[in-house]
Design a protein around this ligand. Sequence first.
Ligand code: ATP
Length: 238
Amino acid sequence: MHDALLSIEGLTVCYGDFPAVSSASLSVAAEGVSALIGANGAGKTTLLEAAAGLHRPKAGKIFFQGEDITGLPPEEIVRRGLCLVPQGGRCFPRMSVEDNLLMGSYSPRGRKNARQSLERVYALFPALMQKRKAPAGSLSGGQRQMTAIGRAFMADPKCILFDEISLGLAPVVIHDLYERIQTVNAEEKTAILLVEQDTEKALVLSDTCFVMLKGSVTLSGPSGKLRPEDIRSAYFGI
Ligand code: ATP
């Protein structure tokens, strides 16, 4: 039934009585990059966080690799290979870059290959290798974001959810980060669902695009084939 790697079906998530996500459905394929776009407050972050187990849905189901993961604790969801890179490149500022990265390999899945994963992260982000002993608090915004992304890679995930990783970064850094993410997607067959505020960038980067409006997914399809007028209407509701 559930051919997709990650399948979100009729998801509703509320803050108090307010439905931030309302009967939203989307499927992420095992390969390729999927993008989720929508205006501020459309519910993108809440949807990603719910998939990662950070909110208990009021209704709907979340399947990962064909198994129902709805309501499972976040650590169990990571253990199964689904990781979230939250907004803002959150790191433990007083811990070294390397210790921040190693925090990502606490799951049995990640722990098994921690050394190897660390080498992979350093190969992908050489800047982190140079800074590996430095406290994460001393890094630039881009390097902090790399550390947060690297931490997700350390768990050896099958699918990564990226929440607006480009927020507040310089265009050249954003370009570089996305290039590396595409490398991981292509070479390591890690599925990706990314939230990106720049619609054009999201469409160029992704194979499949989802548009959210007021908590619901209003449009989905191959990124190269969606018509601008349909995107506009799904995005703004006009
Ligand atoms: P943005 O692009 O601004 O990050 P978003 O599409 O990610 O927006 P969410 O952050 O998921 O949207 O927010 C969806 C709705 O839920 C918004 O109306 C927001 O104000 C509300 N919301 C988000 N977090 C909370 C919270 N902790 N408590 C109450 N309401 C919240």
